[in-house]
Design a protein around this ligand. Structure first.
Ligand code: SER
Length: 597
């Protein structure tokens, strides 16, 4: 508890606090990062400031503060609990080689606890500081500053690299941090030590993270920077929630208004919802707000089958499915977009500007998905009619609906249940597993000999090489075969003649650049048809029209493949082509090596 403030007041108060302390207030950036294809969305306040953290002078000076809209979908399965959201606002203050660690901690403490500002009682705050790791020393200065500010030693926790060393990726500016937690209950959970990072209870909510960006990681090694920067990030919704002692972030301004709108449509009160319905409601609220912010962004995409547009599509479709649990009309859910625009327009005028487009795109996508669902429902109804009298729908039929028509299993179960028919879910899962197995064996044809760490690296390098050849030589290049071992990769492809030395160097440089950019490698499951439509390459097996696994590397490569792959391209090291030769009419063969950097 502290001062109860609405989101709008909290935003303003935070900026005023830092403005009074010499910070220039800078505008937040787009949710869709310009010129950084390694991420789909801005995920942290520091993201747009990386060039300045690296030393480029900022026109507004060396002390900056702002509010940044962020999207993180990595925790989407946790959305619906008390604290996780796919969209959130992050309050941040930065020192570009100006004030240091001690000052940063003192200001955070003052803003949080001073009666003039947020007035959080001291005993509610816990902090973690970096425990040190190998050559990196324990952060005694941070701990000493907290002690001097009156934080009791038992409320200071030392945690290692995993918890208290912040980096936006495996390359770039990074450093130890100190995290500030709010104690929601004051009650130990019974673990040997109930403290942030040391037990798994829900007592502590992280509210602020002060990163001391004194290092840069490049090619796997840490270098100390001459410049010492500070990057802090405070989750706006979380702080607003703890200040009013709310049970969850859904009780703060904005989110609360969406909840009220949806509940009034349902004609229900919060306390009339079951736990399952409450979670569904929160998912509908969260996804609606995120979809509105994506569509309302100046760089916002339309729903699509790739990239950020694909995330948008999934959020809308997922919400429409959760509407069913609530018995909420998807059109009523979508109408809540006006509430989002209204509540956020003063802080984010871009939403008001794009209001018509937001509503239109949401409606179109909702209708498209409803058509898919309708088609599936009709097929299912026919199926049930044909099999009238039976009490069981086979797993294979249910799988066909899912696989060919995109009709979700839980809807099949629900609708069949309405006709007194049970679905053989076990057999469905068997079909699912068999199809996955089949797509694995298709991938096995792609030539991965074993799944040792090094072979896995070569496997990812093969995808990059394939994409590089298409980028440098042209889209006529097609994979004809490949053979991978822990020692090298061999890749056969269609191309008329020998590569010139320029082409060969360009391919090599293209792959190396992709490695150095530390791109994420991600996996999706899709139908073979949808993967083709998204421009995926890879071996399509016409005999098999089922589900396939698709691997993407940043926005550079998309291939049907069952893996395994590395998680980030920086794991590959240095890439070198050692031989390029003919291997048949119109076919070339490349051998390439990876070596540690
Ligand atoms: N970069 C840190 C974070 O996102 C602090 O802003 O948590």
């Amino acid at each position: 508890m502290g001062k109860t403030l609405e989101i709008d007041q909290l935003r303003t108060m935070y900026l005023r606090f830092f403005e009074q302390r010499g910070h220039a207030i800078i505008p937040g950036a787009s949710l869709l990062p310009d010129g950084d294809p390694s991420v789909l969305f801005t995920t942290a306040g520091m993201h747009p400031l990386v060039p300045y953290l690296r030393g480029q002078p900022h026109a507004a000076g060396r002390r900056l503060a702002n509010v940044q809209k962020c999207i993180r979908t990595s925790d989407i399965d946790l959305v619906g609990d008390r604290t996780h959201l796919t969209f959130f606002e992050m309050l941040g203050n930065w020192s570009l080689d100006d004030y240091g660690k001690e000052q940063s901690i003192r200001w955070s403490h003052e803003l949080l606890t001073s009666l003039e500002w947020l007035a959080i009682p001291d005993e509610r705050l816990w902090v973690s500081v970096f425990a040190g790791d190998g050559e990196l020393p324990r952060d005694e200065q941070a701990a000493r500053t907290w002690l001097e500010l009156g934080v009791a030693p038992e409320r200071i926790v030392y945690l290692g690299m995993e918890d208290n060393f912040w980096a936006a990726g495996t390359e770039g500016p990074c450093g130890p941090d100190t995290e500030i937690f709010y104690d929601t209950t004051g009650e130990p959970c019974g673990a040997p030590r109930c403290a942030p990072g040391l037990c798994n209870c829900r007592r502590f909510v992280e509210i602020w993270n002060n990163v001391f960006m004194s290092y840069e990681r490049s090619a796997g090694a840490l270098h100390e920077l001459r410049r010492h920067n500070i990057d802090t990030g405070m989750g706006l919704e979380r702080v607003a929630a703890v200040l009013c002692d709310a049970g969850s972030v859904y009780e703060v301004q904005g989110l609360r208004a969406i909840a009220e709108h949806l509940l009034s449509d349902l004609g229900k009160r919060h306390d009339e919802l079951s736990e399952r319905e409450l979670r569904a409601l929160r998912i509908c609220i969260d996804h609606l707000r995120t979809a509105v912010f994506i569509l309302g962004d100046p760089n916002g995409p339309e729903p699509a089958n790739t990239g950020a547009g694909y995330v948008l599509r999934r959020l809308i479709r997922r919400a429409v499915r959760y509407c069913r649990i609530l018995a909420l009309e998807p059109s009523a859910w979508e109408a809540g977009a006006s509430v989002v625009v209204e509540h956020y327009a003063s802080a984010y005028p871009e939403l008001q500007l794009r209001r018509a487009r937001i509503l239109e795109s949401l409606r179109e996508e909702r209708e498209r998905f409803e058509r898919t669902l309708d088609r599936g429902s009709r097929l299912l109804a026919q199926l049930l009619e044909r099999n009238a009298g039976t009490e069981r729908l086979s797993g294979a039929e249910a799988f066909r609906l899912y696989d060919t028509y995109g009709f979700p299993l839980e809807l099949t179960v629900e609708m069949a249940g309405e006709h007194g028919v049970e679905v053989d879910v076990t057999a469905f899962e068997r079909c699912f597993a068999e199809h996955r197995e089949r797509s694995r064996s298709i991938a096995a044809k792609s030539g991965l000999a074993d799944d040792s760490r090094q072979s896995v690296r070569y496997h990812t390098a093969t995808h990059l090489l394939h994409a590089a050849l298409r980028a440098v030589l042209g889209a006529h290049v097609e994979q004809r075969g490949s053979n991978i071992s822990a020692d090298r990769l061999r890749f056969d492809f269609s191309h008329g003649g020998a590569l010139t030395s320029e082409e060969r160097s360009a391919v090599e440089a293209w792959v190396q650049q992709a490695i150095d950019r530390d791109l994420p490698v991600y996996r999706e499951v899709s139908t073979s048809e949808a993967a083709k439509a998204r421009g995926a390459t890879g071996l399509f097996d016409d005999r098999y029209d089922g589900e396939v696994s698709v691997y993407g590397i940043g926005d550079l490569s998309l291939e049907i493949c069952a893996g395994p792959h590395v998680e980030r391209t920086s794991e590959l090291g240095r890439f070198r082509i050692v031989k390029e030769q003919s291997c048949g009419a119109g076919m070339r063969r490349i051998r390439a090596l990876l070596s540690p950097t």
